[in-house]
Design a protein around this ligand. Structure first.
Ligand SMILES: *Cc1c(COP(=O)(O)O)cnc(C)c1O
Ligand SMILES: [Zn+2]
Length: 419
């Protein structure tokens, strides 16, 4: 709580006291947290952060809640892995994978929800809810269980079974809506108005929720030895994560914890839901909503709330891009990451790797530049996308059957060095 002093409108600047509200009543602009950065800069240091917990809560001074009361199921401080095999394959000098698929509910959404639930308890809410493209439902359900709150998650009806079970197992009320995410979100906005005691993490709690994503930026900077990467490749659904990674890194710079941020931000979408990539290529700051049709369901938001701010960053941070790739390349991306680095990601990660490959082929990465690819969700939640991989060689339990039927695949490592 200490350093979050108010809310302000991102458009007209009007200030509001800290409350569970998310839009400006004057201009309908989105609200954002106002921090007392002078006080933070006196309180924070690299040493204090290093001595903090080995979770995202080591950055509590920069979050809009009281970190001592955090609802923490062990989120954050996920591995940043040097990806030499994949780097060699793609011709990238210094490639890193930020593996946020290993969070407690297997996606980066634990970060945003951990902040939102902590704040919901501060406000005295007894019911937790969300409109989800899949991973948010799991994260909300897990944190709701930990916080002993009544929990309700709303999902589109065509969601992958791994995501449905990945939420249902924690015991929330799961509501599958006949429609896509944008329909779910519209319904939930109406329900949030009608039920004052409900904390919808990504609706009335959105200003607090979205700040949780900044911790991904902080962590990468700290793990790189207190410097921002030259390039970041980030998946875009609503665009919030993309904007908050940028915000987090820049907060570190303005607090004097690191030098200026020169990161080129690369947003990644699927062709089947690419309103932000399209606006970027047309040099627009406003998107035309689309009806999503892609296997990357966790990114399938046709009318993304933070697109405008993501597009502004892509414009402002010179050399940035927002691109998209077709579904078959997304599947190839999932397999490429698994087979080169031993990391099994969901379709959103496939989107990131496919876009990374495209950027590398376009010569966007110079020698000596560091590139961080953000892997935000786990592959076991979207096995439908790679079902064709379930084809083992069937034999009887005899040596002769093995010798007759099994041809060994070539050793994977040879792929990168030969040809
Ligand atoms: C939600 C989600 C994103 C992107 O989130 P936004 O902040 O809405 O852009 C990325 N990856 C995965 C796996 C997600 O679940
Ligand atoms: Zn306003």
């Amino acid at each position: 709580m200490a350093y979050a002093s108010a809310l302000h409108c991102r458009e007209c600047g009007k200030e509001y006291p800290i409350a569970p509200i998310h839009v400006c009543e004057w201009c309908f602009g989105p609200l954002e947290i106002t921090y007392d950065y002078d006080a933070i800069s006196r309180a924070i240091s690299r040493e204090k952060i290093k001595d903090g917990p080995l979770t995202m809560w080591r950055y509590a001074d920069l979050l809009p809640v009281d970190g001592d009361n955090a609802v923490d199921i062990g989120t954050g401080m996920t591995p940043l892995l040097k990806a030499d095999n994949l780097g060699r394959e793609l011709g990238i000098d210094e490639l890193w994978i930020k593996n946020d698929a290993v969070n407690p509910s297997y996606s980066f959404k634990d970060r945003v929800v951990s902040v939102a639930v902590t704040k919901a308890l501060e406000f005295g809410f007894d019911t937790l809810a969300c409109a989800s493209t899949g991973n948010l439902a799991g994260a909300v359900a897990a944190h709701g269980a930990k916080a002993n709150m009544r929990t309700l998650v709303f999902i589109p009806r065509d969601l992958e079974v791994g995501k449905v079970i990945g939420a249902a197992i924690y015991g929330p009320t799961v509501v599958a809506v006949d429609g896509n995410y944008d329909d779910v979100n519209r319904l939930c906005s109406e329900l949030a108005d009608a039920h004052e005691g409900w904390a919808f993490v990504n609706i009335n709690m959105r200003p607090y929720y979205s700040e949780g994503s900044k911790t991904l930026g902080y962590e990468v900077v700290e793990q790189l030895g207190w410097k921002a990467p030259d390039h970041a490749v980030v998946p875009i659904a609503s665009g919030s994560l993309f904007t908050k990674i940028w915000k987090g890194m820049n907060e570190f710079a303005s607090l004097g914890l690191i030098d200026d941020v020169r990161t080129k931000m690369h947003g990644a979408q699927a062709d089947g839901c690419s309103p932000v990539a399209r606006a970027f290529s047309e040099e627009q700051l406003h998107v035309r909503p689309v009806v999503p049709d892609t296997i990357a369901k966790s990114l399938a938001i046709g009318n993304p709330a933070d697109a405008y701010y993501a597009l502004k960053i892509a414009q402002e941070a010179e050399g940035s891009t927002i691109g998209s790739t077709p579904d078959p390349e997304i599947i190839d991306g999932i397999k490429l990451l698994a087979q080169s680095e031993g990391i099994f990601t969901e379709t959103a990660g496939g989107v990131v790797i496919a876009n990374l490959k495209k950027l590398a082929e376009a010569g966007r990465f110079q020698k000596g530049e560091s590139v961080v690819a953000f892997i935000t969700g786990n592959g076991l939640k979207t096995i439908e996308a790679v079902e064709q991989e379930a084809n083992p060689i069937n034999i009887t339990a005899t040596v002769s059957s093995f010798e007759e039927l099994v041809d060994l695949k070539p050793q994977v490592g040879t792929k990168a060095t030969s040809s």
